[in-house]
Design a protein around this ligand. Structure first.
Ligand SMILES: Cc1ncc(COP(=O)(O)O)c(C=O)c1O
Length: 339
């Protein structure tokens, strides 16, 4: 991997050497298999293809200052995949199988874990799909669990540079009692019209509102929202958003930095009161928000006057990435070194 341009990696797919797979048949998981094929052979009537019976995860492996490779809170991703599997009636991937597959996929592709200091990391994508043939709407009897990895740069270009976002007034992502808390493909398909409308208007992503009342902030495209005011970290509580592991971690870090934290409904008008705002997630890391445009009211909310991230956002960013890259002590036991 000499002469590889790690610093300019996009958040996209780049082929690595191996991926790992496991098949659920006759009510049980088979052995883990390693392959160098990027393709899966799947029945044309598979439930994943017709009825969206599929869920996935996203986590990263980080090359530390000490050269070692760390995973961040992988057990939470394993638990969330179980939550998603239950949500759409799929076979659950046991935590131990998830661990074995993820660790193996990273280890086999170790040379693709970007060097320390490049801002890049190895994105890990576990995927669970209903592979059995059905024509009626019902859960598949068979599943494929696979894990591939790909080296990535930050999701929003320029890393910690603030970006502009647009509130989605025309399109919703998930219904209050729908599938919003599950990491299932259907939610992402549902979000595309809003994301493309925001991008076409020059914004980095769309901010979704609660689908019922259209009054409260749900989340920012593929990331959770947070706002900072009066030494308080405020983040939306909603029954239609993905429970972000990054957000969960930032809440803890903020508390330990002496801030108050509030997880509650966040009305759109409250945007006017935040001193800083940001999006957080595995891919987004922490992306500061410069401006939010609300096409419903025509209002523009500004958070970064000089184009730089605010001091609290920066402090949170340094702390969380410091733990992930092994620069800072990890008092929470969030990181696991892959030996
Ligand atoms: C819709 C959505 N919200 C939030 C997040 C952030 O979650 P996490 O911090 O667990 O990556 C993601 C990314 O996984 C996402 O796709």
């Amino acid at each position: 991997m000499e002469n590889f341009d790690w610093k300019n990696l996009p958040f996209g797919y780049y082929k690595t050497d191996y991926n790992v797979r496991c098949y659920f048949r006759d009510g049980k998981w088979g052995p883990l298999e390693v392959t160098d094929s990027e393709y899966i052979s799947i029945h044309m009537a598979a439930t994943a293809l017709h009825y969206g019976q599929e869920a996935f995860e996203g986590l990263k492996a980080y090359r530390g200052k000490d050269g070692r490779i760390r995973l961040f809170r992988w057990e939470e991703n394993a638990r969330r995949l179980i939550h998603s599997a239950r949500g759409i009636y799929m076979a659950e991937v046991p935590v131990e199988l998830f661990k074995e597959a993820v660790f193996k996929a990273v280890k086999l592709n170790e040379k693709y874990v970007p060097p320390y200091g490049t801002g890049a990391s190895l994105y890990i994508r576990p995927l669970l799909i209903g592979s059995g043939a059905e024509v009626g709407v019902k859960p598949s009897p068979e599943y494929i669990f696979l894990v591939f990895v790909t080296p990535v740069g930050p999701y929003f270009k320029d890393g910690i540079k603030p970006v502009n976002m647009m509130i989605s007034r025309d399109f919703d992502r998930a219904a209050p009692q729908g599938t919003g808390t599950f990491k299932v493909g259907g939610n992402y398909a549902a979000s595309l019209r809003a994301l493309m409308a925001a991008k076409d208007s020059g914004y980095a992503t769309a901010i979704f509102l609660d689908a019922k009342e259209k009054k409260y902030i749900d989340e920012c495209g593929p990331a959770n929202f947070f706002g900072i005011k009066n030494n308080t970290y405020v983040t939306p509580k909603s029954e239609s958003i993905l429970n972000s592991i990054t957000n969960m971690s930032l809440i803890k870090v903020a508390e330990d930095m002496g801030m108050r934290t509030e997880r509650r409904r966040v009305p759109v008008e409250e945007l006017a009161e935040f001193e800083e705002a940001g999006a957080c997630g595995t891919a987004a890391v922490i992306t500061p928000i410069a401006k939010i445009f609300d096409p419903g009211t025509g209002k523009v909310y500004e958070f970064c006057k000089n184009g730089n991230p605010g001091p609290v956002t920066l402090k949170l960013y340094k702390k969380i990435t410091g733990i992930q890259y092994g620069e800072e002590e990890d008092p929470y036991g969030w990181t696991t070194v892959i030996e």
